[in-house]
Design a protein around this ligand. Sequence first.
Ligand code: 13P
Ligand code: 13P
Ligand code: MG
Ligand code: MG
Length: 367
Amino acid sequence: MAKVTVSVIKADVGGWCGHSNMHPDLIEIADELLEEAKEKGIIKDYFVAWCGDDLDLIMTHTKGVNNPEVHKLAWDVFNKCTERAKELKLYGAGQDLLVDTFSGNVKGMGPGVAEMEFEERKSEPIIVFVADKTAPSAWNYPLYKMFADPFNTSGLVIDPSMRPGFTFEILDVKKNKMIKLNAPEDLYDILLLIGASSRFIIKRVYRRKDNEIAAVASVEKVNMIAGHYVGKDDPVLIVRCQSGFPAVGEALEPFTYSHLVEGWMRGSHYGPLMPVSLEQATPSRFDGPPRVVALGFQIANGELIGPVDFFEDVAFDRVRQKCNEVADYIRRHGPFEPHRLPLEEMEYTTLPQVLERLKDKWVEVEE
Ligand code: 13P
Ligand code: 13P
Ligand code: MG
Ligand code: MG
């Protein structure tokens, strides 16, 4: 049987209203275009998801990762949606489309990409996580919990095929280098790096027993690509579940803790990551708090059977409540760190611009 590829390609092509939500017209346009592409055989199946102002195209096909035809399709969908966004004067229309012409691959052009290719198992459950008002670093903590912490994932102790552990592929965004480290023996080194989550970001996780791909995240840094702020790189993540991978419930469990992530208002604040249903994915309070949606699918001969909107479950009510409490607490800091990101990390008012205005006012310290 041919291998199946899952491609999740996302962009913010305009917010309704402000940066808070997805206008239904954009979902409709994306649905129509992907349906056409399915009929033409470019893709096997699709689901158009969203989180806040981010449009997430979840697609399956048999063309492998980085396929120009599939990337071009996503690019065209985002451009068509941008046309409508401009008519409606949606906020930041075309925000994540940084170049005018497509050159074979959407990487480096603004959209975020997470893709994996694998042989479809007898039963192939996956979860696609889509987030808004945060950054790819938001996945470091949950990925560690899912694939390296036996207190989260009992399969690491119980399931013989998980026993050899998992390999973490970690990106150093400052040096643009990758490193592969193995859990459990490299745990402390893994934590040393990924704990500094604004610099070291988990890109992929592999199962060590057979080197099968287990998870992949989008790590495109929109701000670094453009060289200046054009939008926070709200991330997506694909996780394979069950039979030698974390159970569905083990992959969801890390989100019962309201860990702090970078993003929120103006992409410049730390705030708690709130797990929500698609319906609740409208970050509003101080443009937040940051949100994550978890969509479950069974893949059946390349078809996406789903989604199951997992965070609809009342089991996540308590963490949502906790996120609101944490938001109340941390918001009281106003413009003070550690609520506000350190200056170097800020995206709107960057350090050089602020300092430029003050440059003539500085005097030497006399004594
Ligand atoms: P079932 O026995 O319901 O298949 O569940 C197994 C499992 O992995 C639960 O996490
Ligand atoms: P987005 O990155 O989701 O567009 O949000 C930007 C922003 O400024 C939120 O306050
Ligand atoms: Mg936006
Ligand atoms: Mg967004």
